[in-house]
Design a protein around this ligand. Sequence first.
Ligand code: ARG
Length: 405
Amino acid sequence: MKEKALLLYSGGLDTSVMIKWLQEERGYDVVTLTLDVGQEKNDLSAISEKATLLGAVKSITHDSTGRFADTFISMGIMSNGLYSDKYPLSTSLARPLMAELAVKYAHENACGVIVHGSTGKGNDQVRFEVSIKALDDSIKVVAPVREMNMNREEEIEYANKKGIDIPYGGKYSVDENLWGRSVEGSSIEDISKPVPADAYRWVKPLDEAADSPKEVAISYENGIPSTLNGKKMTLKSLIIKLNELAGIQGIGAIDMIEDRVVGIKSHEFYECPAALTIIDGHKYLESAVLSRRELKVKKFIDEQFSEMVYGGLWHDPLMANICEFEQSMNEHVSGTVHLKLYKGNIIHSGLESSNSLYDPATSTYGKGQTFDQKMSPGFIYVYGASTVASRKARIKHFHEIRLEE
Ligand code: ARG
């Protein structure tokens, strides 16, 4: 009996070529797994049919958008997950989920091998392989793109030879899910030029963005958006709606020179209208409901979360501790933020929360204030004592105070 390999199958050129290659060059029986994580073109049954046509012994499809939103994106929101303060980790967050499902279906279908379509130069190979191995170290991982070392032209030639029809892919390498769209390659590789207009799909370039502002109200419950403009929604449908609303306003385009885990700098373009809007609103709400120290510690942990997710370490045990911390901080993050979306800007336009720590009676410069200003001199005396004393002791370094003219 032939050994069975489970292939993470998108229906695209790379993974279609792989179905044949795995059968013919490696002698595997191929089981394909196609996952819906909210990508734009996701006719799962057509993809599954294609897999069978190419000789797969079984083709499995699975809609994982709900779990992607409720577990992975939710943690991304609670942790203000942005790699290098810019990229909302859309591709990064989907990979550990895909790895989990690959392991689950590999077990159910007696596959000792999992195959993915990532190259040997990117982050995704790291994310898939660390996750798969962390979940089941006995599974063998095969990455044909890495092994075959074929370029796109050679793949097309191979596809033609084997009678594989070539799906329309455009010139860019694109990865999509609910949380965003990642675009790489082709003319984006020239960093001396702006990202070309044809790379945009979800976001209107600024000159085409709507001419009037759009106001949105987002309510968060324990850190997770639950209503949009007063309408209760699942996180998944709220994200879909906001991708549309914010994209029209020119929000969500991210152009960055990125540091990959494997030490390569790359030029990346992302479109993440909902993600940027939701994280911005979340931080806005946090600024009112968390204390100064909580914000400071949380910022540090948020960054560790982002680095670990980006670097494929979702299944590291430390991640569970980070998630617990984030969840407990987010117990305070409930309330509504009002945002004005206009020409690529997210403008804060008011917030309400019963957990707000902002107290107008203490902060007002107007009537009825309750803060006892007479206590401040004593505080300043003690607080500044070390600065005053050390300056005095080292006065010889400063000579006299000279004011710049
Ligand atoms: N650089 C991004 C990341 O590592 C996106 C990679 C997505 N792949 C693609 N084919 N565009 O998360």
